[in-house]
Design a protein around this ligand. Structure first.
Ligand code: ADP
Length: 309
């Protein structure tokens, strides 16, 4: 663990990583990264790197967890042993159980679970690199993965923390601010400002809490914009790959078809040769139609060409 910095905010009012007090870290999102999941998302939030996979709606195992009127939502948060400075002991622990529970609750309300009785929607999030704020990064990724899986939702959930360092409120704490700061408040909310996760570690006055919430709301709004854009880009790309041909493409294809047809005589121009015994001989294609027929044969490509001019 790094040593406690002497101060967190310099004389210019900037934080140790050069950010302003109300500036979130860069968010990068890639949608649909896992072929076997119904929905997936890779997300970077500063130095945090997480991957989320959604499966379902699908059958519930074990069966006794099944709810007859709605789907159950399950959320599994896991930190890879290589995601932190000192190797983390692999497997679930109290912290991952707590993060999984609060994150499930933060998302569950946004899902139309009543549409899928007796089924399960499973969300798995793996933290590949941790740098404080992994639960908010994981929630942002999970929310996008749910949308990618086509799960009907009231809205996306966007998350971001605020906290206090050097008696000053800052948004989206980095590792040192999280480790040595005076407060850390992770928050998740919907685009219309409904809070679905609020935890608090440390001490804040009611005034600070109110101001901090406003700062975090703006942070969540910025995250939401990146989530929305990532989903739109992903679906625009998918549409490009599967889109119907344009009018120009159809015209070119038809023109090519017509010019190919000219070299192959149409079916009625093939002559069946019947020998004296009345047996049909194999089909013989005439290279050219008879002289007199030639005049009566329509020239389809001339007409076609006219109509496209
Ligand atoms: P969050 O990651 O949501 O901020 P915490 O406040 O509990 O959650 O953790 C802050 C940071 O502490 C994590 O992002 C991670 O970098 C580090 N951390 C958490 N658990 C461990 C662990 N078991 N071993 C090493 N570092 C950890």
């Amino acid at each position: 663990m790094s040593d406690r910095p002497e101060k967190f905010i310099d004389e210019n009012g900037l934080r140790l990583d050069g950010r302003k007090l109300d500036q979130i870290r860069d968010v990068k999102i890639e949608v649909g990264v896992l072929a076997r999941a119904d929905g997936s998302c890779y997300l970077e939030f500063g130095k945090n790197k997480v991957i989320a996979a959604v499966y379902g709606p699908r059958e519930v195992h074990p069966r006794h967890q099944q709810k007859s009127t709605r789907a159950i939502v399950r959320y599994k948060y896991n930190m890879a042993s290589f995601s932190v400075e000192d190797r983390k002991r692999p497997g679930p622990d109290r912290r991952s159980t707590e993060v999984s529970k609060v994150s499930r609750e933060a998302l569950e309300d946004q899902v139309f679970t009543e549409y899928f009785p007796k089924s399960a929607i499973d969300i798995f999030v793996e933290v590949l690199q941790a740098d404080a704020g992994t639960r908010t990064a994981a929630l942002n990724a999970a929310s996008v993965a749910l949308a990618d899986a086509g799960i009907p939702m009231r809205g996306l959930v966007s998350a971001c923390a605020f906290g206090k360092v050097d008696d000053t409120l800052v948004v989206d704490l980095n590792k040192d601010e999280d480790n040595y700061g005076q407060a850390d408040v992770p928050i998740a909310m919907t685009p219309d400002g409904k809070i679905t996760l609020l935890q608090m570690d440390g001490h804040l006055t009611p005034e600070e809490l109110k101001t901090g919430l406003e700062m975090a709301q703006e942070g969540c709004r910025q995250v939401y914009e990146v989530q929305r854009q990532a989903l739109m880009d992903h679906y625009a790309k998918m549409q490009d790959e599967t889109k119907a041909p344009s009018v120009e493409e159809v015209v070119i294809a038809e023109e090519n078809e017509v010019s190919e047809d000219v070299s192959t005589p149409p079916e009625e121009m093939k002559e069946k040769v019947v020998d004296e015994s009345g047996e049909e001989e194999p089909e013989v294609e005439k290279a050219l139609p008879e002289e007199e027929d030639e005049e009566t044969v329509e020239e389809p490509d001339t007409e076609e060409d006219d109509s496209y001019e």
